[in-house]
Design a protein around this ligand. Structure first.
Ligand code: CDP
Length: 205
């Protein structure tokens, strides 16, 4: 029997770290659905047509090292507005959510659109300033020399685009457990997430 964990939230809120930790703790498979949009964004930057790029997406495309750059992040949030692109990516995500060992999917619309019947839904968030600070450290740690003000502006631009789009906007599912990580250590946030999943598992029995 499958067990699906949906984790949504804005850029750099801690979804990635929490999702990986939850998946490792319970032995579930993990899909970072942002990589799907990043891979399509990267293909579009290279000249491809967005819907055709989404249709032709291969799991191998998700392994590219170049998907974490700020330019690809912006391209991803631009293609993510496209309803045709989103439609092309639904089946892959739903299939993944049925993995027999259990699955964690993280993104923006997992609990609302992709897996509305997920066994547990988490909405991981933090203030824009906290998120920009974290992303700033991450990017500079990887040698991307981007000023903090630029990172904050990018975070806010993506928030506005992700929340304001007509198709699958970023919004907490009504039945999601919200974890605000602004004033939490990553260990505390991971513990809160694991606790919520544990409770949902116990409730099912
Ligand atoms: O890691 P970060 O949170 O910065 O970004 P991401 O999760 O890799 O997602 C990159 C972009 O893809 C986001 O800004 C969203 O616009 C889009 N996305 C989406 O629309 N739906 C998803 N399920 C996942 C990502």
């Amino acid at each position: 029997m499958s067990f699906t964990v949906a984790i949504d939230g804005p850029a750099a809120a801690g979804k990635g770290t929490i999702s990986k930790a939850v998946a490792a703790h319970f032995g579930f498979a993990h899909l970072d659905t942002g990589l799907l949009y990043r891979a399509v964004g990267a293909k579009v930057l290279a000249g491809a047509e967005p819907i055709a790029a989404a249709r032709a997406l291969d799991p191998v495309d998700l392994e590219s090292d170049d998907l974490r750059t700020p330019a690809v992040a912006q391209a991803a949030s631009e293609v993510a507005v496209n309803a045709g692109v989103r439609a092309e990516l639904i089946e892959f995500q739903r299939k993944f959510s049925m993995r027999p060992e259990g699955a964690v999917l993280d993104g923006r619309d997992i609990g609302t659109v992709i897996c509305p019947d997920a066994d547990v839904k988490l909405f991981v968030t933090a203030s824009a300033e906290c998120r920009a600070e974290r992303r700033f450290k991450e990017l500079n740690g990887k040698g991307h020399d981007v000023p903090y003000e630029q990172v904050l502006a990018d975070v806010k631009a993506r928030d506005a685009r992700d929340s304001g789009r007509a198709t699958a906007p970023l919004i907490a599912a009504y039945d999601a457990v919200t974890i605000d990580t602004s004033d939490m250590t990553i260990d505390a946030a991971v513990s809160a997430a694991i606790g919520a999943v544990e409770r949902a598992k116990n409730a099912i029995g």
